[in-house]
Design a protein around this ligand. Structure first.
Ligand code: C5P
Length: 228
């Protein structure tokens, strides 16, 4: 991409994975490291953007030059995104958000003898933050979603991604296959970017840094020309 093709653009990126507390010492979490989202934040900064990074439990170093807002749970992430998205040109939802949270958080540590040999957790749905942003008026804000799927069949993987892009009303959807060793903690990534006509705009394979550049190439190409 051109050197400063995102100059003056406000880019908001969520990265990492949410943690949903069960009690003071335990949480439900996921394997997202935050690498891909942080790589996008760093690359956007390098291309001249003003970057807000909504960081959920990053397992890697924070990037320099970004306005970093720390969150942990899905509800905190949602609040931070709603505030940051208001004047954003681009919103990238790269964070892995828990679909469910415990219905109640125990004030004390849950004891081994709490259950009858076993323990059943009651969970409630978290809001779909990207879908909420997609439904809310967001004129002039490009929405980029991610989909991490374990579907092994490439065609069905794309079908899932197309359906997800439409359901969440994202402008672009970045889909990758994840598994026990692929995706989340890895340094490499392989993704397809789905555009708003459902077609694959580009396929990217390489380091998460080069994948980030490729995603921003697409973003820069579909952003309306800057007003001067
Ligand atoms: O539905 P799924 O989790 O596969 O969707 C992934 C996309 O939706 C990602 O961009 C993720 O950040 C976002 N998401 C969200 N709120 C949720 C779940 C996912 O914004 N509760």
């Amino acid at each position: 991409g051109a050197a400063l093709d995102l100059a003056g653009r406000r880019v908001v990126i969520s990265a990492g994975g949410t943690r949903e507390p069960l009690d003071p010492v335990r949480f439900l979490g996921n394997r997202s490291s935050g690498k891909q989202g942080v790589a996008i934040a760093e690359a956007a900064r390098a291309r001249g953007a003003d970057v807000v990074l909504v960081a959920a439990n990053l397992e890697i170093a924070e990037p320099a030059g970004c306005d970093i807002r720390h969150v942990s749970t899905a509800l905190e992430l949602r609040d931070a995104m709603q505030v940051a998205a208001r004047d954003a040109d681009v919103v990238v939802m790269a964070a892995a958000v828990a679909d469910y949270r415990p219905a109640a958080v125990s004030q004390g540590k849950i004891k081994k003898d709490a259950g009858d040999g076993g323990l059943t957790l009651e969970l409630v749905r978290n809001p779909d933050i990207l879908a909420e942003l997609g439904r809310a008026p967001h004129d002039g804000t490009l929405l980029v979603g991610f989909a991490a799927e374990t579907e092994p069949d490439p065609e069905r993987l794309l079908e899932l991604a197309r359906a997800k892009r439409e359901a969440k009303r994202a402008d672009l959807l970045v889909v990758n296959r994840v598994g026990w060793s692929e995706g989340f903690a890895a340094d490499e990534n392989r993704v397809s970017v789905i555009g708003d006509d459902g077609r694959v705009v580009t396929e990217l394979h390489g380091s998460k840094v080069s994948v980030a550049q490729g995603i921003l190439d697409v973003v820069a190409s579909v952003l309306p020309a800057a007003e001067r």
